[in-house]
Design a protein around this ligand. Structure first.
Ligand SMILES: NC(=O)c1ccc[n+]([C@@H]2O[C@H](COP(=O)([O-])OP(=O)(O)OC[C@H]3O[C@@H](n4cnc5c(N)ncnc54)[C@H](OP(=O)(O)O)[C@@H]3O)[C@@H](O)[C@H]2O)c1
Length: 341
């Protein structure tokens, strides 16, 4: 990695220790808890659920000191330094506002909100309280994302012509599942598509045009979409997003002088390969264990340093990506019930 002078990613184990509270002990809260405990000095001090027995079961599994049967009780705990919001997309706005009202910084799972307007309200609330708020788009804090962007910014790829990254998974499509539920802002786009869209935005900025075609489920969410983003200087990004079938989920960034490949699932920790137009491939050793600890450590650093947003994913970044998902949903004809009121 050194021959490219890739900026080092701060070691999560060196970040300041803070006490986390978790809103909603669901699927992804398990991973956050495990990786914060394994790789950082911080601890999950408390967990809150709509059901006390669920909170107690989660607390007992991970040795968490406090369990609450409501989110308001959780955010009112004076010993908690920050709240990780890990419920369905439809609930992020209400949960983050609750936490910010109680004076707590928030790290909110992706997609940060159902739409850009909600995100703007949440960030305005963070401004009012002078509090940290950030989207838990964990990939943006990982070393291979930093390395990829560095290679583009230093001109090592020449002129960028395009980026390709799919996010396709074969998920359980039972109509009762969260992903199939329009009231919970389910669908492929906010759960899966948000990764390539945030990646494209991270590398190329704000698109000048957005085009999408897709297929909806009988429950009214998007099952699959093909997305093309057009950026300035004739650059393009393309993605197939699908929750019914799994592909490689690899990514390629193509430039006039070289290309970068992320050969495994592009948004997970990976080594990346740099291939010059007329040279041999060079593998950059950017893979790491875990992954969620990087976002948790960055949040802890920002909170201790008095920053309200992270440079890894600013408020404007989150809002601009949600403007893209808003535009895609408008083209697909997907509106969540809460947006139709
Ligand atoms: N970063 C990643 O790799 C990753 C992976 C998967 C998901 N996610 C994100 O994490 C978030 C949660 O996803 P998940 O798969 O963990 O969700 P989940 O397990 O289906 O639900 C999480 C929690 O949300 C609450 N909840 C469930 N259904 C609800 C409803 N109908 N109304 C209100 N609250 C409800 C429940 O907590 P209570 O006990 O409080 O009811 C539940 O335990 C989403 O934003 C998703 O996109 C991220």
């Amino acid at each position: 990695m050194s021959e490219f002078a890739i900026p080092a990613t701060p070691d999560p184990a060196e970040a300041p220790a803070i006490n986390w509270g978790i809103i909603a002990p669901g699927h992804i809260a398990n991973r956050f808890t495990r990786e914060v405990h394994q790789y950082t000095k911080s601890r999950i001090l408390a967990v809150g659920s709509r059901d006390l027995t669920r909170a107690q079961a989660f607390a007992s599994e991970y040795g968490i000191e406090r369990a609450y049967g409501s989110y308001i009780q959780l955010v009112s705990d004076p010993d908690i330094d920050a709240i990780y919001v890990a419920n369905p997309h439809s609930e992020h706005h209400a949960s983050a506002m609750l936490a910010l009202d109680a004076g707590k910084p928030v790290l909110v799972e992706k997609a940060f909100a159902m739409n850009a307007a909600q995100a703007e309200e949440m960030f305005a609330h963070a401004v009012a309280g002078n509090l940290f708020a950030c989207e838990a788009m964990w990939s943006r804090f990982l070393p291979h994302y930093t390395a990829t962007r560095h290679l583009i910014e230093t001109g090592a790829l020449g002129q960028i012509s395009g980026v390709h990254a799919d996010h396709t998974q074969s998920l359980n499509l039972d109509p009762e599942r969260r992903m199939m539920n329009a009231s919970l802002a389910g669908g492929a786009l906010l759960d899966l598509g948000i990764y390539p869209l945030s990646f494209f935005h991270y590398l190329l900025g704000t698109p000048v045009d957005v085009h999408a075609e897709g297929v909806l489920t009988t429950t009214g969410v998007d099952l699959r979409e093909a997305i093309t983003l057009h950026f300035s200087q004739g650059r393009y990004a393309q993605s197939l997003v699908d929750m019914s079938a799994r592909g490689t989920n690899a990514a390629t960034i193509t430039g006039t002088e070289a290309r970068v490949d992320i050969p495994g699932w592009f948004y997970r920790p990976q080594d990346v390969t740099f291939t010059p137009l007329n040279g041999d491939p060079v593998t950059l050793k950017t893979a790491v264990e875990g992954g969620f600890q990087f976002q948790a450590a960055e949040a802890a650093r920002c909170i201790k340093d008095g920053h309200t947003q992270s440079s890894a994913i600013s408020w404007a970044d989150t809002v601009e990506v949600l403007r893209i998902t808003d535009a895609i949903r408008a083209q697909l004809g997907v509106a969540y019930p809460q947006e139709r009121k």
